[in-house]
Structures are given as structure tokens and as C-alpha cells.
Design a protein. Structure first.
Length: 408
């Protein structure tokens, strides 16, 4: 190795970068397991933490090594590994700040290092089985006497400073996960379990990682805590799974709606009756109400289950409103000129009803597009009925003056 190469090597941060990346990918794997009512944080309470629905907090320390053994595998977590004892010592500091930590917290050390013949790990596993505190305490004392490293000795002393009851509770809530090296494949397995399709794993993975990294940067930049609840993940990052449905049609399903007590009191029906598109008592009132409720319920289902993104829903509504607005202006262009010229609006009422009926007829032929799919004119009709029931649109020249006040 040349002197220049040695210089670059001495200033390289490859091992630290790998460690940071390891923490982040482990965070993502935890995030993908998030349940309703839970929250995950990155470098807030610890490297990673989970706040469970019952108030329990799990702290994770993620330790990574780039060192390998003769087989090319990650080096072992030895009995005197500084990563082990520094982590335990830091958690003991936390316990001494607030004794309630022992009641509400659990502690997990995660590492890509191998387990090897780690005496402490073996003793901890035995303690979890027989709850024999004296045996593991004796081992910890022996480990302390075996080291000449003052820093490691100080960390072990911190652990030994816990009272017996505290030590027992701390060890009962402590676990170590070694040999977790394939962290990116673990993340992809979590995605596969969600998408149920091998071909979708990489596109979802790339979108999710990119969006999470950006969100982490922006939150940290704004001095905000990077914590994500189940609802945050659904709302902020659910779009990353949209690729799973990109080449699939939106799911079709019929969802029954609750009919109102008086169908003719619905604003959209009032509007249609007023322009004489339908008559009071017509069986079409039931058909039109059914179409409207089906469309409303189907749109709600798609939106709530992330089949349709907010922007796609907005675009769908904009398209519907634009087409209505264009046709409405065109229908009444001549009447509007006559009104501006001073003619009496009431004298145009028969003509307005004919134009309004023609307007409804034109829009009933529309097949609106949502998220790249079309569901037919019946679905589109239902959406226009829903808009006129709010009412955001109308058919009569004076629809706003006639119906806006009724809706309040």
C-alpha cells in the first residue's frame, strides 16, 4: 500500500458510514412491523425505539462491524466487547436518572457480529431460564477481573452498581440479537409480506427508502424528532406502496349505502325535479340514489385503503368540475348575454329547463378517469349526483341562488 493510499485509508469513514446505514435499515425493518397505536423513533430516545400501545418502550442499540474473521464473516461479539459493555453502561445511566425506566422499558442490543462463545450471552440466556441472579453476577465480576481495559472496566462497574432488585429486573428485560447481518434482505422480506409479489419488492423498496431518507433529513434539519406513528406511516409513506397497484385496476366491489328516509329531500333530486328531468315519485329516484351511494362508498374505500392517493382524488374531482363548468358556461352563454342586455330572466325559464336537461344528458355520457382507470358512465353519473347534492355543482342557470342556502 502506498503512502497516499495509507493517508486516504486513515481518513476514511467507511466503518462509521456502514454503522449509520445499519441503524437506518434496522429502523426501516422495525417500521414495517409497526402496529396500530405504536410509534417508532430514530435517534430520539436511542438508536431506535418503539413506543407500544400499552406504554412500554423498547430501546434498540444497533452495532455494526466491518471486521471479518478468516471465513469472511463479521467478527464475533466477544465477552469483553466494548460495544456490549458501553451499551449496557449507558442503559444503566438511564436507569439511575429515573427508576421508572425499569418498569416501562425493555432493552435490545442488535448487531451483525457473531455470537461466538460469548460467556455473558450464555449466562443471560440461562438467567432468563432459571432467574438465578447470583450466578450471572459472579460471571460479571469475573469478566471485570479479566480485563485490563480501564474503559471497559468502568462500564462493567456501572452495571455492577445496580442493586440486586434493579439488576434482576434489568437483566430480565435485556436481550441481545447477534448475527443480524443481512439487514437489507430483511427489509425486502417485510415488503414482500405486504405486497405478496416478488416483482414489486424492489420498486417499493426504492420508493420507501428514498422517501424515508428525505423525511429524516428534513425532520432533523428542522430540529424535529424523527418519530413515525402507524398513522404517520400510512399517510406519509403509504404512497410508496402505490407501485404495487400501478399496473392493476382498482378493486371493484359493491358497497351498499344507507338510503335517506326521504329520497326526494336530497338536494340532487330536488335539482333534477326542478328542471323537470324527472318527476316526483319516479322510480328513477331510487336508481340515481343507488348510483350516488355506490360511487361515494367506492371512492371512500379506495381512499381509506391507499388504493387512490390524495393527489389522484383531487385530480379526479378537478376533471369532473372542469367538464361540468365548461359545459355549464357553454349552455347558458346566449341567455347570459340576454340578461346582461336587460332582458327579464323569468321569461327564459322554459328555455333554461330545456338547456339544463340537455346539460345533464351531456354529462351523463362522461366516463371519468381516476388513477388511470375508468369505471363507466354509471360510476361517473354517481359522482356528478354527489357533487350536486353537496351542492358544488348544479344544472339550472341560477342553481347557486336556488340551492346553496338550502344546504347550510
Amino acid at each position: 500500500m502506498s503512502e497516499l493510499e495509507k493517508y486516504f485509508k486513515s481518513h476514511s469513514a467507511d466503518d462509521k458510514t456502514a454503522g449509520f446505514d445499519y441503524q437506518f435499515y434496522f429502523f426501516v425493518s422495525v417500521l414495517l412491523d409497526l402496529k396500530q397505536g405504536e410509534k417508532v423513533g430514530f435517534e430520539v430516545k436511542d438508536d431506535i425505539h418503539i413506543e407500544k400501545g400499552d406504554g412500554t418502550i423498547i430501546l434498540f442499540q444497533a452495532k455494526h462491524t466491518v471486521l471479518t474473521n478468516s471465513k469472511g464473516e463479521p467478527a464475533n461479539l466477544t465477552t469483553l466487547d466494548i460495544d456490549l459493555w458501553k451499551t449496557l453502561g449507558n442503559w444503566v445511566d438511564l436507569i439511575k436518572i429515573d427508576k421508572a425506566v425499569l418498569e416501562n422499558y425493555k432493552f435490545v442490543l442488535v448487531t451483525n457480529k457473531g455470537e461466538g462463545n460469548n460467556k455473558f450471552i450464555n449466562a443471560l440466556s440461562q438467567f432468563h431460564t432459571d432467574n438465578n441472579l447470583s450466578q450471572i453476577e459472579s460471571l460479571i465480576k469475573q469478566i471485570k477481573s479479566d480485563t485490563n481495559d480501564k474503559i471497559i472496566e468502568d462500564y462493567i462497574s456501572k452495571v455492577m452498581s445496580l442493586k440486586k432488585k434493579e439488576m434482576s429486573l434489568f437483566l430480565s428485560k435485556l436481550s441481545l440479537k447477534t448475527e443480524l447481518d443481512d439487514i437489507i434482505p430483511l427489509v425486502k422480506v417485510r415488503i414482500l409480506e405486504t405486497t405478496k409479489n416478488d416483482d414489486l419488492v424492489d420498486p417499493v423498496y426504492e420508493s420507501l427508502i428514498a422517501n424515508l431518507l428525505e423525511a429524516k433529513y428534513l425532520d432533523v434539519k428542522d430540529r424535529s424528532k424523527f418519530e413515525i406513528t402507524f398513522d404517520d406511516f400510512k399517510n406519509r409513506f403509504g404512497k410508496c406502496f402505490r407501485i404495487a397497484f400501478k399496473d392493476k385496476p382498482l378493486p371493484k366491489r359493491y358497497i351498499e349505502g344507507q338510503f335517506p328516509d326521504n329520497l326526494e329531500e336530497q338536494l340532487f333530486i330536488k335539482q333534477l325535479i326542478d328542471i323537470e328531468d324527472i318527476e316526483s315519485g319516479s322510480p328513477l329516484i331510487i336508481d340515481y340514489t343507488t348510483q350516488m351511494l355506490h360511487t361515494i362508498n367506492l371512492l371512500s374505500y379506495w381512499f381509506e385503503n391507499n388504493f387512490v392517493l390524495p393527489l389522484e382524488m383531487d385530480e379526479f374531482n378537478r376533471e369532473a368540475m372542469f367538464k361540468w363548468g365548461t359545459e355549464h358556461r357553454n349552455q347558458y352563454r346566449q341567455i347570459e348575454r340576454s340578461i346582461k342586455a336587460g332582458e327579464d330572466l323569468a321569461s327564459f325559464e322554459p328555455q333554461i329547463k330545456e338547456l339544463a336537461q340537455d346539460l345533464v344528458y351531456k354529462l351523463r355520457k362522461e366516463d371519468l378517469n381516476i388513477a388511470g382507470d375508468k369505471f363507466g358512465v354509471e360510476f361517473s353519473n354517481g359522482h356528478y349526483y354527489a357533487l350536486s347534492d353537496k351542492p358544488e355543482i348544479g344544472w339550472h342557470y341560477e342553481w347557486e341562488e336556488r340551492y346553496k342556502d338550502i344546504s347550510k
